[in-house]
Design a binder for this molecule. Structure first.
Ligand code: ATR
Length: 283
């Protein structure tokens, strides 16, 4: 007799609202095909009013999913509704990855992992000094990145934001190594910086960036951007012209997907050049 596990389809989701532009199904279904696994990953549009019901059906097993990703606007609710959020999710108050384990809904946040893994891959040695990082923006994406860079051991992290109060919230949350400031402070805080990250949507689709002088950074300093449409954003091209190393943001999206896939489907996938070009062709 065949084991029923051999034939049953393992299903995972990405849920958000809206969700139709998500690239996650393409990434996970590519890995499923490569491993020849009997699984499927699908995008589900869940309006905020239906999210609690969606999570109940996940917990009870009724929905048939083993877990999934959550994205805007559900990351905070996902954390609150989980039975077992891990320390990363607890500190952020937000989760992007859910999985069932022995009847309990576990939650984590893999954005920081994705961010660091992308830099490790594209710019080996970028964190050799772990000295000064400048993070532009203080929204949801910035939180996970500030947490990750702090956990990597950076000595000073400057969070500069149009609304300084939001940057200050991050400084209060993540501890004494985090320093808040206004955008005007960029000039002075860039001195000797080893990392600059744009976490705002400025530059997306070639709109609305401004000029930055990257030359005060450390010579080996790295500039990266969470925007990946276009891949070479205005901030990255300025930095490159000024002789700085750059790493684009697409790898963050690809790498943040790795831990979830492993939890749901039992294999650790790789971020390969083939996967990258599959997604780039679609941008
Ligand atoms: P996300 O969750 O994707 O990070 P968010 O929470 O809306 O999105 O945060 C967007 C970030 O981009 C914020 O830091 C925002 O600055 P404010 O906190 O002052 O709103 C920043 N941002 C968006 N548009 C901007 C602009 N035109 N100039 C400067 N910063 C901008």
């Amino acid at each position: 007799m065949r084991d029923s596990r051999e034939t049953s389809l393992t299903k995972a989701f990405v849920c958000g609202h809206p969700i139709k532009h998500s690239r996650s199904p393409k990434i996970h279904n590519y890995w499923l095909r490569n491993f020849e696994l009997h699984g499927h990953y699908e995008a589900v549009d869940v309006e905020p009013g239906n999210f609690a019901g969606f999570i109940s059906a996940l917990k009870s097993g009724e929905s048939g999913y083993v877990g999934g990703n959550v994205t805007i606007p559900h990351k905070e609710r996902a954390f609150h509704l989980a039975d077992l959020p891990d320390d990363l999710a607890k500190e952020l108050g937000a989760a992007n990855t859910l999985y069932m384990d022995r009847g309990q809904l576990c939650a984590t946040n893999t954005d920081g992992y994705g961010f660091l893994s992308n830099l490790d891959e594209q710019a080996p040695g970028w964190d050799d000094t772990r000295n000064i990082a400048v993070v532009f923006g203080a929204g949801g994406a910035s939180r996970a990145i500030v947490q990750a860079v702090r956990n990597r051991g950076f000595r000073e992290i400057h969070v500069l934001n149009r609304t300084v109060g939001r940057a200050q919230e991050l400084a209060d949350l993540f501890g004494p190594r985090i320093h808040a400031g206004p955008i005007d402070a960029l000039v002075e805080r860039m001195a000797g910086a080893n990392l600059f990250v744009n976490t705002t949507s400025l530059g997306m689709d070639d709109s609305g960036a401004f000029d930055i002088d990257f030359t005060p950074m450390a010579e080996s300093g790295l500039v990266t951007d969470i925007v990946y449409v276009p891949l070479m954003t205005p901030f990255l091209s300025q930095a490159k012209q000024q002789g700085r190393r750059v790493a684009d943001g697409l790898g963050m999206l690809l790498h943040q997907a790795v831990p979830g896939f492993e939890k749901w489907f039992g294999k650790r996938p790789e971020v390969t050049a083939a996967l990258r070009s599959l997604i780039v062709d679609d941008l």
